[in-house]
Design a binder for this molecule. Structure first.
Ligand code: COA
Ligand code: ZN
Length: 324
């Protein structure tokens, strides 16, 4: 198959959520808001701006309500919130999230570790959330205070492997995708929570899922834990996927998955796309400036590579005294 690289690739920036959730250093609410506001000007159409989970589970994001209320929304940007349960959904709706990203793991063990409940309990909670969102959308459309109804995305965490259970059955992933679609969710994310995916597996599973949903509905979420993050992006793109999560600086990781490390790095992904002629609409110099300020905010180096190496076009002066 010949890949059509003229097809745009959509990046959803997840640093304010996946990126910050595992950081040991507390980031002030005002700094989170400033980060999101600056990301909003970089050309992203989607930003996962926080989560509404138990503050005991993820203390770093306990201020999600103030963050969502404090950001300066840019037209055309969808601000997404990660949600585990009905209480989180209510908080996110109250704070004005545009999209709820409901998360459950394919692995029963990881769901128990991460969400403290069985998959069946997660799914039944999602049913209640769908009903709540429909009711809220009816009310707000009557008051016409909102232009578009809140949308729902379902994430299948540990799709490509689980640090506790190992291999995950692809048929199980497809069953969860079916369950999400039956609940009426518009979007599906396949998440490689601890970087266990490989390009061949990604290509195969993306093809199977794209038999059920359109490319505009499917997002791939890769972590670069074993260095395969961008290879997996290309495999997914070649199989027809067009939407990808990525995190500024390569921040990120699930605190309830041993060995978790950063998401694929946004500026590295955008650089890859620029070099290959794949449009993203994202301002790479703007991202690089932002990424280079992260060590000062968080107190450590970032895993991202292009912020350190520079772009191919950042040329160095030739050494003096070169032989003639
Ligand atoms: N927002 C705020 N508080 C919440 C909440 C939410 N979405 N859900 C539950 N809580 C509070 C409850 O009110 C209760 O508070 P209390 O102790 O003051 O009474 C406490 O948390 C325990 O509630 P319970 O329903 O028993 O939750 P739990 O301890 O079984 O944990 C989850 C279940 C899902 C809330 C928790 O595991 C969680 O938040 N996980 C998300 C982890 C995560 O974000 N991982 C990374 C992203 S994938
Ligand atoms: Zn993640």
């Amino acid at each position: 198959m010949i890949t059509d690289y003229s097809q745009r690739l959509i990046v959803q920036e997840v640093a304010p959520r996946d990126g910050l959730q595992i950081e040991p250093k507390w980031v002030e609410t005002a700094d989170k808001i400033a980060l999101i506001d600056e990301l909003s000007l970089a050309g992203f159409s989607r930003i996962e701006a926080g989560s509404f989970v138990s503050p005991k589970a993820i203390p770093a994001l306990r201020d999600g309500d103030e963050v969502f209320r404090g950001i300066q929304r840019q037209p055309g940007v969808i601000y997404v919130a990660l949600i585990p349960n009905l209480k989180g959904a209510q908080r996110a709706l109250d704070a004005g999230a545009d999209e709820l990203n409901l998360v459950m793991s394919a692995s029963q063990t990881h769901n128990l570790a991460n969400m403290r409940m069985r998959r069946e309990q997660s799914l039944s909670g999602f049913g209640e959330i769908v009903a709540l969102v429909r009711e809220t959308s009816r009310e707000t459309s009557r008051e016409s205070s909102r232009e578009t109804p809140v949308s729902l995305n379902g994430t299948v965490a540990t799709t490509f492997g689980c640090p506790f259970e190992g291999v995950i059955d692809e048929d199980l992933v497809l069953q969860i995708v079916d369950a999400y679609l039956e609940l009426g969710m518009q979007g599906i994310t396949l998440a490689d929570t601890t970087g266990m995916a490989n390009p061949r597996q990604v290509y195969r599973l993306v093809q199977r899922v794209l038999a059920k949903v359109s490319p505009g509905q499917l997002t791939l979420h890769f972590h670069n834990t074993r260095g395969l993050g961008l290879s997996n992006v290309l495999a997914a793109y070649e199989a027809g996927a067009r939407r990808f999560d990525a995190s500024l600086g390569g921040l990120g990781g699930c605190p309830f998955a041993p060995g978790a490390s950063g998401n694929i790095c946004t500026e590295d992904l955008v650089n890859l796309c620029e070099e290959m002629g794949i449009a993203t609409g994202i301002d790479l110099p703007h991202l690089l400036r932002m990424s280079r300020r992260l060590p000062a905010l968080l107190g450590h180096e970032m895993p991202g590579q292009v912020a350190k190496a520079g772009r191919n076009s950042d040329l160095h002066p030739a050494p003096e005294n070169l032989p003639a």
